[in-house]
Design a binder for this molecule. Structure first.
Ligand code: HEM
Ligand code: HEM
Length: 227
């Protein structure tokens, strides 16, 4: 039986994935190193990547579109009964994809308002009251273990598919292509250059705003009277 392969994951989606891995790891490692400035930079990069992904989920190529892998109850039941034969994220995997995206979005947005009460604050901290900032900071800190849990689940699910079910998932996330036996299946379509430029511009604008570009400048420090 001849084995052909089809294009499943477009290049921007693959770049998004591996950059997300680097930036989330960066945000978590810099916390341990107490390098808060870098924590903030990695966190902003995560936010930019997520905004890119949200736009790409609408105007990206076939399997990058959220609609194409939305985990409807019916597709979940089909999947659990072994009757699902799609190419993109399977419905159970799709649940974890949406959970990872939502939690990281929550984390990077709450980080913008967070305050460590020592030396580092998120770039939008000034836009909210002290009470709101401390609530958002406590949510930001509480999410740490949820993030570790989701990443562990993600890696366990991928290991299960690779090692037990003998399904190649990691290689397609690198090359973009999946083997499909001899059945005639179409390559993913759409998500061209114009869509890519739009998504990058929207993500860049979001990071610009998130970094405090629209806030009025902070009040000047009191004059030094030399006393
Ligand atoms: C911080 C760590 C990671 C995060 C936050 C993360 C996040 C994600 C997200 C959001 C997706 C969905 C892609 C999309 O449609 O947007 C995804 C898919 C995927 N990730 Fe990761 N990932 C991480 C680490 C890894 C690692 C280390 C590997 C491999 C060794 C990996 C392999 C994959 C694969 C194979 C898929 C596609 C699954 C499928 O075919 O349905 N990920 N990941
Ligand atoms: C997805 C990206 C992010 C992750 C995974 C993340 C993760 C964390 C974690 C785990 C902590 C707790 C550290 C501890 O236990 O002391 C923390 C604290 C903090 N993060 Fe983030 N963060 C992210 C994004 C951001 C962003 C975008 C900003 C702001 C630019 C930010 C600002 C802060 C601040 C100010 C604290 C200190 C809170 C405190 O110690 O009271 N974070 N972050």
């Amino acid at each position: 039986m001849s084995t052909q392969s089809v294009r499943v994951w477009d290049l921007p989606l693959r770049l998004f994935h591996w950059l997300l891995l680097i930036c989330v790891a960066g945000a978590l490692v810099t916390i341990q190193l107490k390098a808060m400035d870098w924590h903030g930079r990695f966190g902003l990069a995560v936010l930019g990547l997520l905004v890119f992904r949200l736009v790409w989920g609408v105007i990206g190529s076939t399997h990058a579109r959220f609609w194409s892998f939305a985990p409807w109850p019916r597709s979940l039941v089909d999947y659990l009964r072994g009757r699902w034969h799609g190419l993109g994220h399977n419905p159970l995997g799709a649940l974890s994809v949406f959970a990872i995206l939502a939690v990281l979005l929550f984390q990077s947005v709450t980080g913008l308002f967070a305050d460590d009460v020592i030396a580092f604050t998120g770039p939008l901290r000034r836009a909210v009251s002290g009470d709101t900032a401390s609530q958002l900071t406590s949510w930001h800190m509480r999410m740490e273990y949820v993030i570790y849990g989701l990443i562990a689940l993600h890696l366990a699910a991928i290991a299960f598919h690779e090692l037990i079910k003998r399904e190649r998932l990691v290689k397609p996330m690198i090359t973009g292509r999946k083997p499909v036996g001899s059945s005639p299946v179409q390559d993913a379509r759409g998500g061209g250059w114009i869509a890519f430029v739009i998504a990058v511009l929207v993500a860049g604008a979001a990071v610009w705003v998130a970094n405090g570009a629209l806030l009025s400048p902070p009040p000047p420090p009191p004059p030094d009277l030399g006393w």
